[in-house]
Design a protein around this ligand. Structure first.
Ligand code: DGY
Length: 322
């Protein structure tokens, strides 16, 4: 029997590519640059499965006309780059990779929180530029983290792993907002308190960290009004999705000093990052590194292999989104 034809839109860690190639007729995008919409559309007519990532765009237009593709095995937990309703309408199943990137993404959120509070990026730049003049009591004074309140927006796996780090690792108070009510015993595991509205979380928090999905439901959740609702001098951390934050409103809040700083791993129009943000010393900028460890990226690939193997073997894939 012929093996399903699979297109992998970007290169993966070697072990995950090998696992895929063993089971499927796999084509890897050797150029390792994002496919254009026309190429993606063409892929839908030529492959049984397409395995995209967050760097791809799959709007409704990609699914128009005849399609051969039966499953999109997304390499990543977030899938706001895929119009999942258009895919579903075409009978195309979509899977993602939850669970395996929880710790590493929470680590990056913690790294950003610490770096922005303690001026890590700024200090490193100063030292490398040869501008450090030696220790003195007033040099590069930051903000103490222990005892401060962190507000988490979205208390899913990553939000909880971040809460654990903040409370048990760094002695912070944790409050959170989540669309649905979290069981009190579960919240208590993280010594975290659920508040009723996002505004209550913003008003209570010295650090606000975003852990909700991107896409239309949360687009610009952090807008001008929400920045104004933050505690004066608070910090924003975003490792979720760029579109959750209105970048123009963020820049304004930073320029006017209504918030003190920001730590960002994701952006509205990746890989473009507003020049203004790059010019600000109180902003720490990372290039979407949340899941970027050997272990995690390999595990993500293995999860995709597991999902599509189940599908082609006639079983329900464990991480079906639609
Ligand atoms: C995800 O999985 O959604 C990450 O942002 C991409 O690694």
């Amino acid at each position: 029997m012929s093996r399903p034809r699979i297109l992998v839109t970007r290169r993966w860690p070697a072990a995950a590519e090998a696992a895929l190639a063993e089971r499927f007729d796999a084509t890897f995008n050797e150029k390792d640059i994002p496919l254009g919409l026309d190429q993606m559309r063409e892929a839908m007519t030529a492959y049984d499965a397409v395995l995209p990532t967050v760097s791809d765009k799959l709007p409704a237009s990609v699914f128009e006309g005849d399609t051969r593709t039966k499953i999109l095995g997304n390499f990543g937990v977030g899938y706001n780059h895929i119009d999942i309703f258009a895919a579903k309408a075409k009978g195309i199943l979509v899977t993602n990779t939850p669970g395996v990137l929880t710790d590493c993404t929470a680590d990056i959120a913690m790294l950003l929180l610490l770096a922005v509070a303690r001026r890590g990026g700024e200090g490193e730049r100063q030292l490398r530029a040869g501008a450090w003049e030696g220790w003195c009591p007033t040099h590069m004074i930051g903000t103490k983290v222990a005892g401060k309140t962190v507000g988490i927006i979205g208390f899913g796996r990553i939000g909880r792993a971040f809460a654990q780090r903040c409370h048990f690792g760094f002695g912070m108070e944790v409050v959170f907002y989540n669309r649905s009510t979290i069981d009190a015993a579960e919240a208590a595991r993280y010594r975290a308190r659920q508040l009723a509205t996002i505004e209550e979380v913003l008003a209570a928090s010295d650090f606000v960290s975003l852990h909700c999905p991107g896409g239309s439901q949360n687009r610009h959740l952090m807008n001008a009004a929400r920045f104004a609702a933050m505690k004066p001098g608070a910090f924003l951390i975003n490792t979720a999705r760029g579109d959750v934050v209105d970048e123009a409103a963020l820049i304004n809040a930073l320029e006017t000093g209504s918030i003190r700083g920001a730590g960002l791993d994701v952006y509205e129009a990746e890989p473009q990052v507003p020049e203004k943000l790059k010019s600000m010393d109180n902003v720490v900028l990372l290039p979407h590194l949340g899941s970027a460890t050997q272990e995690t990226r390999t595990a993500m690939g293995m999860k995709v292999v597991e999902n599509i193997t189940n599908f082609f073997d006639g079983r329900e894939p464990p991480d079906r989104v639609v």
